[in-house]
Design a protein around this ligand. Structure first.
Ligand SMILES: N[C@@H](CCC(=O)N[C@@H](CS)C(=O)NCC(=O)O)C(=O)O
Length: 210
């Protein structure tokens, strides 16, 4: 079974890409250049109706989109308990809390940051929407850093998981990344530990991030 990962460099494809690599699952990359509008072509909309990247397709044709859903789906389907605590695992509640916080409270701000024209509305400037989204992300990152200070070095304490991949992925979208790394030191440690894992380094190189 070979997965197809609909992919573009330095996007939400980074997280699923790292997870596929770390888990040693067979996959192929299908490049879709959203910067060139390829994600709005009918062929791609048939796979991901909002035109969002990434999307994951299994050999039987099943498609999963939404970054967090793809990662959770892969982890559960392939029993990657290291990456996603199972139903009876004492870390399950903390895992879900962090995962939903990352995608529902932070990732959507990145969507505004990178697409301010969709959110600014009449009479409001795109620049204001973008700047407000960037500051919200920065403020909310404190919650990640606080959690890591209380119980680090990873989001589940001593246990590395897909949450750390997800956090690293979103951090690479922050401009400038150094502002997060120098303001939030517990996060800085988690980022370094995660970024130095061989599979993570390999995929970050492929996304031209290092
Ligand atoms: N909630 C979606 C957001 C996906 C998203 O915004 N992807 C960006 C790339 S990182 C994209 O496809 N942008 C093109 C567009 O919005 O038209 C997810 O988590 O997958």
């Amino acid at each position: 079974m070979t997965y197809r990962l609909y992919w573009t460099r330095h996007s939400g494809a980074l997280g699923p890409h790292i997870l596929l690599e770390e888990a040693g699952l067979p996959y192929e990359i299908v490049p879709v250049d959203f910067r060139a509008g390829e994600n709005k072509r009918p062929e791609y909309l048939a796979i991901s109706p909002m035109g969002y990247l990434p999307a994951l397709q299994a050999e039987d044709g099943e498609v999963v989109y939404e970054t967090a859903a793809i990662m959770l789906h892969l982890a559960e389907k392939h029993r990657l308990e290291e990456h996603a605590p199972g139903l009876d695992d004492p870390h399950r509640g903390a895992f879900l809390k962090h995962l939903f916080f990352l995608c529902a409270s932070i990732q959507y701000c990145f969507h505004i940051y990178y697409n301010p024209q969709r959110y600014s509305g009449q009479g409001n400037s795109e620049e204001a929407a973008k700047s407000q989204a960037g500051e919200l992300i920065f403020e909310r990152w404190k919650h990640i850093d606080d959690s890591l200070q209380q119980d680090g070095p990873y989001l589940l304490g001593n246990r590395y998981s897909l949450l750390d991949i997800y956090t690293l992925m979103m951090a690479t979208w922050f401009n400038p990344l150094d502002r997060l790394l120098t303001s939030y030191l517990a996060f800085n440690r988690c980022y370094e530990l995660t970024a130095n894992r061989p599979a993570v380094r390999k995929i970050m190189q492929q996304h031209e991030l290092i």
